[in-house]
Design a protein around this ligand. Structure first.
Ligand code: ADP
Ligand code: MG
Length: 869
């Protein structure tokens, strides 16, 4: 086989170091991809696949993108979860002897991008690092684009579930982990199915005490333990250290920006399982995964990108500490009460740029002149913001004012150096403001005006030759030239050298002009170098003020969120909730924050909620389909959650004891992709609730038991209610339970703490009207057929349905009205002989040692065996 061409050999040397990345190989004005990369990229980016001679018989598959627009192509690959290695020419091809030197300058991965074109403004872009050892997990979530990291250590029996819960909260785009994670199938399954993000398995020998300590000290100083709050050698310490070394490998340029480490204890936040987050539609809808129709959508009246990201964080991490919640609520209240100042603050926030991310590009040296100018524009807003916020006295706003620095020095520095009309890119020049640097001014004189010199020379030549029409011009191909119209060409002196002939003129150069041209072009080059130098110096000086700017950005973000929450509260008529340590949840005239917005013209009917851990801990809610059961339960959960993020709530009044977790089992969210049956999914979720809910939790159960036969479903639903309601042997937490099993309403008589409610409807003849009012007592009918009529089923069908119903009710009077479950009832249905395989399995099982989930699985299998006959 023929040898590869030298360039292809070079390609493979580099590619072999990055087998799992798509290699962008710089060739002149293009980044080219070869072989498998080319085939893949041509498909993903819809590029034409061509070929290139590589020294062998077959041409190498190739496709490429122009270097000046490569960002958008990289962005698309990153969004699909690929990693891209950028290989540059390390020397000028025109000057290189032999093969141009090339090297990887950067690896772009989903979790490490900093270009604004590849990031979403309103979302943090997290990269996670998880280090599991001896049943402990150190986890670290870092946003490289904003320079913050969050770390914690997780332990305990349900380590997998805890890791998943954290992953769900931060939704990272990329995860680094050690091999131990492969023993936690639930976690790997979750990552694959739900997050679908890039992953990187880190070699075990990267987690070495010495190297990691060194890494941490380089980043956070000798005092790294104190500066990060992480104990040397703790799992989180390793997780962060390995993350740092990974960033250094991929970024090549320093990771200086990552300076802020928040070490958090998990108990600071309300526990929300991935299912609950999805069900409550906090930041994306269940159906379209969109923002519209979510709690975030309702609350997001923020003005800045930093505020948007922070609000999302608050919603995703409700607090549990009453004091911290009160601080936020008091802040919102102050802004709520002062419309004039609030409006001024909001107006002053509007022009503020995303300085958090801008600072990252400043530190990395990739910020553009225009972006830096916008930092100054932002600084101009700060004194006013500070002064406006300074008129309040609550702890939260006082803290914000303390964090916001006016940054006058930085503003001055930028405004004196950068031209107001600075271009987006440094290479176009015109970045440095006139008067900032005398050499720049001088060089510009030569370049533009060289003008002075050129007009002098032109005048001199006119005089010497006596040609009136002689003029000096410039074009890109010939450079400077002297133009003489045809009628005067006979007067042209000897030393003019002809360059170009036009229809009615000739163009010449002279030795003098040539020299002048060199001077001007030289000045141009020097100017470019000097402007870049000055700009880089400026970036460096700004970078040195990073901590102040970072703190300011954080203060601005908090102010933005508080102002937004206050604005929403005024616009939507919310009220300040009273949050305490008690166990009561008392809502007067509560509304669903999202549905009331979606209804537009129609009026949302408010409803009260009275829940506690005493007599009213389990509300069983019945009523026909579409009456509003699900809405009512979600509204209650959302109001409790809003209160704990520090927001006002849609109600007339609200008093709530802090809940440690919200659990929901709502609707039939089929996990078809995972190949599980609806019923299995449902039962797994219920099992989780039973296992992890505490007395301080809030549980929402919407029609459980639907995925199986009536008797199974009802028995399970009943057993679940009994268990949750029981304060002695069960959980005894606040629970809302909607069911279509009318029979369960009997529980009010036999169980402590259970109350029946129903959503009232008015029935006139065959027609029903939904009143949307929750009232005490069980619903008296299920109105299935009436609802079907309301939904537009033709009359023939609904009347036929009625006939069928009559027949059914007559033939099986008990089938739909079983009030007490006892074995008499079951015997009636046990006419068929029980298959022996079932008996054998039943005899073999040791009930004592089964977990609830195993028991359910077992039951499920039995049913399956039975069905298969
Ligand atoms: P259910 O769970 O009882 O079948 P839903 O809670 O899904 O009923 O409510 C059905 C629809 O009724 C909702 O989509 C909403 O448009 C409307 N709705 C529910 N509650 C109210 C209310 N309190 N005020 C106005 N409309 C409501
Ligand atoms: Mg419902």
């Amino acid at each position: 086989m023929a040898a590869l061409s030298p360039m292809m050999q070079q390609y493979f040397e580099i590619k072999n170091q990055h087998p799992d990345k798509i290699l962008f190989f710089r060739l002149g004005d293009f980044y080219e991809m070869f072989y498998d990369d080319a085939v893949l990229a041509s498909k993903e980016l819809e590029l034409t696949l061509t070929g290139r001679d590589c020294g062998q018989a077959e041409r190498a598959p190739m496709c490429g993108v122009p270097f000046h627009s490569y960002e958008s192509y990289v962005a698309r690959l990153i969004a699909k979860g690929y990693k891209v290695a950028i290989c540059e020419q390390m020397e000028d091809p025109a000057l290189a002897k032999g093969l141009v030197k090339r090297d990887i300058v950067r690896v772009v991965t989903p979790g490490t991008v900093i270009e604004s074109s590849m990031l979403q403004d309103d979302k943090n872009n997290y990269i996670a690092s998880i280090y599991i050892k001896d049943g402990c997990a150190g986890v670290c979530f870092a946003d490289v684009s904003t320079g913050t990291a969050h770390t914690t250590c997780l332990t305990g029996e349900r380590l997998g579930a805890e890791i998943i819960s954290e992953l769900c909260r931060f939704a990272p785009r990329e995860i680094l982990f050690n091999s131990e994670i492969l023993n936690y199938k639930d976690v790997t399954h979750y990552i694959k199915q739900q997050l679908a993000c890039a992953v990187e398995l880190m070699e075990d020998d990267r987690y070495q005490s010495e190297e990691c300590t060194h890494e941490m000290q380089l980043q956070f100083g000798e005092d790294c333990e104190k500066n990060t709050g992480l104990k040397c050698g703790s799992p989180a310490f390793y997780a962060l250290a390995v993350l740092l070394s990974y960033l250094k490998e991929t970024q090549k340029k320093g990771v200086e920006r990552l300076k802020t480490v928040h070490n958090y204890a998990e108990a600071q936040y309300m526990q929300l399982s991935p299912v609950t987050r999805a069900n409550l539609e906090l930041t994306e809808t269940m159906r379209g995964r969109e923002k519209r129709g979510t709690l975030l959508w309702v609350l997001d009246k923020t003005q800045t990108a930093m505020g948007k990201r922070l609000l999302r964080n608050w919603i995703e991490q409700p607090l549990v500490n009453v004091n911290a919640i009160d601080d936020r609520l008091d802040g919102v209240e102050e802004l709520f009460g002062d419309s004039v100042t609030r409006a001024e603050i909001i107006a002053a926030l509007a022009p503020i740029f995303d300085i958090e991310r801008l600072m990252t590009r400043t530190v990395y040296g990739s910020a553009s002149p225009r972006e830096i100018y916008s930092l100054a524009v932002t600084c101009q807003q700060l004194p006013q913001l500070r002064q406006l916020a300074g008129s309040f006295h609550g702890a939260e706003l006082v803290g914000i004012v303390a964090d916001i620095d006016e940054l006058a020095d930085i503003k001055e520095m930028i405004l004196s150096a950068i031209d107001e009309n600075a271009p987006a890119s440094l290479k176009d020049g015109g970045v440095i403001k006139p008067g900032y640097n005398s050499e720049v001014d001088e060089l510009r004189d030569i370049v533009h005006g060289g003008k002075g010199y050129l007009t002098t020379l032109e005048a001199k030549l006119k005089e010497e030759t006596g040609i009136r029409t002689l003029k000096i011009g410039y074009n890109r191909v010939f450079g400077y030239y002297i133009e003489v119209s045809k009628s005067f060409t006979d007067q042209v002196p000897q030393n003019f050298v002809r360059k170009q002939t036009l229809a009615n003129a000739e163009r010449y150069i002279t030795e003098d002009l040539k020299q002048l041209e060199n001077k001007i072009l030289g000045a141009n080059e020097r100017l470019a170098v000097l402007e870049r130098q000055l700009f880089e110096d400026l970036l460096h000086s700004i970078s040195e003020q990073l901590p102040r700017i970072q703190r300011t950005a954080s203060g601005v973000a908090r102010l933005d969120v508080l102002a937004a929450l206050a604005e929403v509260a005024v616009k939507n008529n919310y009220v300040k909730p009273q949050v305490d340590e008690g166990d009561e949840l008392e809502i007067v005239e509560g509304r669903h924050p999202v549905i009331e917005q979606m209804l537009r013209g129609a009026l949302f009917v408010p409803n009260d909620t009275m829940l506690n851990c005493g007599d009213d801990r389990m509300l069983i809610i019945t009523g026909p389909n579409m009456a509003g059961k699900s809405t009512y339960m979600r509204q209650t959960a959302l109001i409790a959650l809003m209160a704990q993020i520090g927001s006002f709530v849609p109600a007339k009044s609200c008093r709530t004891g802090v809940v440690d977790a919200i659990f929901t089992r709502v609707g039939a969210s089929d996990d078809l992709a995972a190949g599980q049956s609806t019923f299995m999914v449902e039962m797994t979720e219920v099992a989780e609730i039973l296992q992890y809910a505490t007395r301080k939790s809030l549980v929402i159960l919407d029609e459980i038991g639907r995925g199986t036969s009536t008797f199974d479903g009802m028995s399970i639903a009943r057993a679940v209610v009994e268990h949750i309601a029981d304060r002695e042997t069960g959980i005894g937490c606040k629970t809302l339970f909607a069911t279509h099993y009318h029979e369960l309403t009997d529980l009010e008589n036999s169980l402590d703490g259970v109350k029946n409610y129903n959503i009232a409807v008015k029935k006139r003849g065959d027609d029903i009207t939904f009143l949307r009012r929750i009232v005490r007592g069980p619903a008296d009918d299920s109105y299935g057929i009436e609802v079907a009529k309301l939904a537009g089923l033709p009359d023939e069908v609904t009347s036929r349905a009625k006939e069928v119903l009559k027949v059914l009710e007559a033939s099986a009077p008990n089938a739909d009205r079983v009030t007490q479950l006892n074995f008499d009832n079951f015997e009636k249905f046990a006419e068929k002989p029980v298959p022996s395989a079932l008996v054998e399995r039943l005899e073999a099982v040791d009930v004592e040692t089964l977990t609830p989930l195993e028991a359910l699985n077992f039951l499920y299998e039995l049913k399956k065996t039975l069905a298969e006959g």
